[in-house]
Design a protein around this ligand. Sequence first.
Ligand code: C2E
Ligand code: CA
Ligand code: CA
Ligand code: CA
Length: 279
Amino acid sequence: GRTYEKLPCAFYDEQIRTRQITLKNMADRLSPAMQNREFVVYYQPKYSVAEETLFGAEALVRWRTNPQTLVPPGEFIPEFERTGKIAELDRYVFRQVCSDIRKWMDEGREPAPVSVNLSRVNLLDFSIAEEYRAQAAKFGVPAGLLELEVTESAFAQDGPALEAAMKKLTDAGFSLSIDDFGSDYSSLKMLYDVPAQTLKLDREFLNGLNSGERGRAVVSAVAGLAKKLHMTVVAEGVETEEQLEFLKKIRCAAAQGYYFSPPVPEEQYAALLPAAEKR
Ligand code: C2E
Ligand code: CA
Ligand code: CA
Ligand code: CA
């Protein structure tokens, strides 16, 4: 399975052209595209840093606009966010993930937790916790296998509404992950305000490691603080052995990145799951 990241240039040109044609009416194309099952969920495995064994996966959506074109989310998510359509797409992805986990269980595999991105609009939607709980239950998927990643910027304006929404989600059994931590001017206050189980260090933040001793000191201190708050620290965008060695040293729990694997199609990810123990 090749992913778009590795497609040849001619293909890239095709993607660009598709984008220019569709940008105008992209929001209108969402519903028919969902009906045509044009959105495909890829899975990027996460690995435990200490053992380098499978830890879980993140679900990442792609848009198959035609059989040859797999458009990456950066091309359409911003437009869907602008038009509010993202709420619908997130729900679609969540449902697909529940359906995939169900399939893996039916195939006799032991599913690992999957994290799904949740946009700010949905985080603030008071019905989302109950909706997602019901959706997972419909597929017989334990909520504990599902984690919701919310980008740190969604927490920028805090408030009682946000707090209540997050409590509903955790009460429904989902764990929460603060995504892209360190990509902006993150506040440490967020760490004690937000009841998240996971802290996901942004790729850019990890790149700070290249800037020598100071970068390493900051990453290491943030990871240490998160651990003291009983959060699981996950690093994203890990590309090199050196980065992994450093993450081992600071006892980061899990890592995700091209060093291990790009996002892959469902069947390819499923093949990584061990057989469930027979009872
Ligand atoms: P993200 O949540 O930060 O996801 C990680 C992105 O980093 C993914 O890009 C992934 O393919 C890429 N990546 C993984 N490992 C590496 C690496 O080692 N090096 C580099 N350079 N990149 C790596 P992708 O799949 O293009 O997704 C982009 C963004 O689109 C995601 O960023 C996420 O914010 C958004 N997104 C994707 N699916 C959904 C969705 O279902 N709902 C919402 N709301 N947003 C989504
Ligand atoms: Ca994410
Ligand atoms: Ca991220
Ligand atoms: Ca990121």
